[in-house]
Every structure is written in structure tokens, then in C-alpha cells.
Write a new protein. Structure first.
Length: 256
């Protein structure tokens, strides 16, 4: 099998009770909102809203800016599809603070994290800033979750999987994307455990110049599995993203 040789890190809670993922009897942990303790010296920039915005470096996970003066507009998360976000960075009137805030939202370099009442509810790479006028004191930002990165990673080495569980194939595709050089890695990305119980053989020829996301969605259309890049915070306070997989369904019907 053509795939990265480094072992795939498993997400937190692997092996514990959670959601059934297939006929193989595998279980993955349920979505849990971990509590986040904010610094007492940093009050919310939007008092009363319960929202907090921060950014980290996509390659290193280093904090770039916290309690950013951002006004959220729309943030979506969709199973087996790319979630998007739009928001604006507000000018504070302090030239030093404004320069630091702008540097913290540099497109392609920064990952935006959205917290509500102390829980991570959305995360995605800042893709662009549509600056129109300095007069209104705002900088519009457009974002997308980490699956958008997979649409930019092209399979230029033939990948072959023989009698592999389709979850292992999916994780192998993401691992291949992260192994791209230079700067292919994404900081603090983990993988949920479990198997689907379905095995098959696949070949993704380099001649087709297919993106990793398109290859992943081949599994979705063929076997009706579901995937999601889920943001969370681990016990150490680090901001993480888990690549979750499930068969037949990752989400739960409303109102469960």
C-alpha cells in the first residue's frame, strides 16, 4: 500500500464506549464539548455574547492571537462536506493592537477557532481577506474547515490499497495529504479509531491528478460512509481537530 509510514495518531477516547461504526463492532467516542478556562486578565471583546475568537498557526499550532475583536457572521459544519465561515475583524483604534490583530489573521497561515460559552464550536483556515475600505474599520474574512486543504492536495503518486478496511483507506488518504512536502503537515490533527467492517481494494492513479478530497468522497458515494473534521480542546488545553469517520451515520437525528 502506498501511504505514509508514520503511525496514525488516534483521537482521544479510542477504545471507550461511544458510537457504533459498523458491522465489525468498532466504537468511536461521542462528540464531547470540553471546558475551556480563559485567562482572567482577558475579558471577552464582545461582552454578553459568550463568543471568543482566536487563531493558531496551521503548521505549528502556535497561538497567533486571542480574544480577537471579531464579529462572527456565518459558520457552518456539514457532514462529508466542507464547512465555511465568514466574519469581520474590527479595528480597535490602537495602531499597535490593530497591526498585531491583522498579523494574527494572515490568510492561509492562520486557523480561526470559534468558542461559545467556553466550548469549541468551529475551526477553519482563513482563506482570504476581502478588504474594501479602511473607512468602516472592518476587515472581512472568509474561512473553510480543514477539508478544504484536502481539495488542494493532489494525488501525484499512485496510491494502491488491497483488501483494506475503507476507514483505513480514508485515513490513509488524509495521511498522504499530510505527508506532502514542503509544509504538508497540519498541527494537532488526530484520527478517530474504529473500523467499518467493509474491505475493498482501490487504486488512485497519479495520472488522474485527483485531489485527496475527491478520492475521499469516492468512498462516501460508494459506501455511504460519513466524515467530519471536528474541532475540540484536549485535556492539556491544546486546540485540536479530529478526523472522524462513521458507518452508517456519524450524526444523530434531531433532537438526540
Amino acid at each position: 500500500m502506498s501511504s505514509p509510514t508514520n503511525p496514525i495518531p488516534l483521537g482521544p477516547g479510542y477504545g471507550q464506549l461511544g458510537r457504533y461504526t459498523g458491522p465489525g463492532g468498532a466504537w468511536v467516542p461521542p462528540i464531547v464539548k470540553e471546558a475551556i478556562t480563559s485567562a482572567s486578565s482577558a475579558p471577552p471583546v464582545q461582552p454578553g455574547t459568550g463568543y471568543r475568537f482566536l487563531t493558531t498557526n496551521v503548521l505549528t499550532g502556535k497561538l497567533l492571537g486571542d480574544w480577537l475583536p471579531i464579529t462572527g457572521q456565518t459558520f457552518t459544519r456539514t457532514l462529508s462536506s466542507t464547512g465555511t465561515g465568514t466574519c469581520v475583524l474590527n479595528q480597535t483604534g490602537n495602531p499597535v493592537a490593530d497591526a498585531a490583530n491583522v498579523a494574527a489573521v494572515t490568510p492561509r497561515k492562520s486557523v480561526l477557532w470559534v468558542l461559545q460559552e467556553g466550548a469549541v464550536i468551529w475551526a477553519g483556515q482563513i482563506l482570504d481577506w476581502q478588504h474594501q475600505s479602511i473607512l468602516d474599520g472592518t476587515l472581512p474574512l472568509s474561512c473553510a474547515d480543514l477539508s478544504n486543504l484536502m481539495s488542494q492536495r493532489i494525488i501525484n503518486t499512485t496510491l494502491t490499497y488491497t483488501s483494506e478496511d475503507i476507514f483505513d483507506v480514508a485515513r490513509g488518504l488524509i495521511g498522504y495529504a499530510l505527508g506532502k512536502t514542503p509544509n504538508g503537515i497540519v498541527a494537532n490533527l488526530t484520527f478517530s479509531g474504529g473500523e467499518s467492517g467493509i474491505t475493498d481494494s482501490f487504486s488512485f492513479p497519479s495520472s488522474q491528478r485527483q485531489s485527496v478530497l475527491d478520492a475521499l468522497n469516492t468512498l462516501v458515494s460508494t459506501y455511504e460512509i460519513e466524515w467530519n473534521f471536528r474541532p475540540y480542546q484536549d485535556a492539556g488545553g491544546n486546540f485540536m481537530t479530529s478526523f472522524d469517520l462513521a458507518y452508517p451515520a456519524l450524526g444523530l437525528p434531531f433532537p438526540q
